[in-house]
Design a protein around this ligand. Structure first.
Ligand code: DHB
Ligand code: FE
Length: 283
């Protein structure tokens, strides 16, 4: 039986991937963030998951205003590296898991979620920044990746409660998959940030700390909030924390937080967490 052994939270800003490509992880500017990835990488090396279920969003890369699915799942055997306008990052294509992805798609549809099932879904910084910060890709990516993308760019976007429920549906889907796989779920995206308008550059570390406390201990209280609540507290683009709610919904009600880090730089509050699932079967 497949089981979720834990969940990770990671930023996904393009600047993170650019720092990886420039080998800038130890600069004074980036060290506080990349030091936060070290325990995450060590945890992954210990756990050796087979599959990441990666909750992220597209940034008008694979989808545009003509079609914006509320939810999308990538079922390809290999996910292409997207060109976001400045050339592709020098990364090999990312392996998928077609069988498990189709199982997830079928299961969540039965539960009332209707994702776009994507046979081709080139990955942008939303997926690649966290993947390249968490894993080495030579000689090959160490894990298969199933991207589940949520629209956070263009209203109407799915509610926080719906995203939390999507996570729970994914948890049940994984539990009903017969193969013996170790799965890790990832929630990605900036905590507080606003990239447009009057409050451009807004960051609220106090709210980010409260968000991380509540995500660990009382995630339902966050799932009851409205988009507007997140936007007021953390800035317009912080609404993408609903991707973290997907991750948290996929974990046991009680989790063991074994790592937490926070840094803010450029335009975004960067949170990093590792939660161990307390109900996953004996190892
Ligand atoms: C930026 C982009 C993102 O998608 C994000 O989540 C945070 C920051 C940026 O362009 O700085
Ligand atoms: Fe983003």
């Amino acid at each position: 039986m497949a089981r979720i052994v834990g969940g990770l939270g990671s930023p996904h800003a393009p600047a993170v991937g650019a720092a990886v490509d420039r080998h800038d992880e130890d600069s004074a500017y980036w060290k506080p963030l990349f030091d936060g990835y070290r325990p995450m990488r060590a945890w992954l090396e210990r756990e050796r998951p087979d599959v990441f279920i990666l909750f992220s969003n597209d940034h008008f890369t694979s989808f545009f205003l003509d079609v914006i699915p509320s939810f999308a799942i990538g079922v390809a055997a290999l996910h292409e590296i997207a060109d976001e306008g400045w050339g592709k990052r020098p990364l090999p294509a990312v392996p998928g898991d077609t069988d498990l992805a189709w199982h997830l798609a079928r299961s969540i549809v039965e539960e009332g979620f209707d994702p776009a099932v994507c046979h081709r879904l080139p990955l942008d910084h939303g997926c690649l920044s966290p993947l390249s910060a968490l894993s080495s890709w030579t000689p090959q990516w160490p894990v298969r990746v199933i991207p589940i993308l949520v629209n956070v760019l263009h209203f109407p976007i799915p509610t926080p409660a719906r995203c939390f429920e999507l996570g729970r549906a994914v948890r049940r889907a994984v539990a009903s998959y017969p193969d013996d796989l170790k799965v890790v779920v990832l929630g990605t995206g900036g905590l507080s940030h606003q990239l447009t308008g009057e409050r451009f550059g807004y960051i609220n570390p106090d709210w980010d700390a409260e968000f991380l406390d509540r995500l660990e201990r009382e995630p339902e209280s966050l799932a009851r909030l409205k988009h507007q609540d997140f936007i007021e507290r953390g800035g317009t683009e912080s609404v993408e924390v609903i991707l973290w709610l997907c991750m948290r919904g996929a974990l046991s009600p009680r989790v063991r937080c074994v790592h937490r880090n926070y840094y803010h730089a450029t335009l975004t509050g960067y949170g990093q967490v590792v939660y161990e699932d307390t109900e996953s079967a004996a190892r």
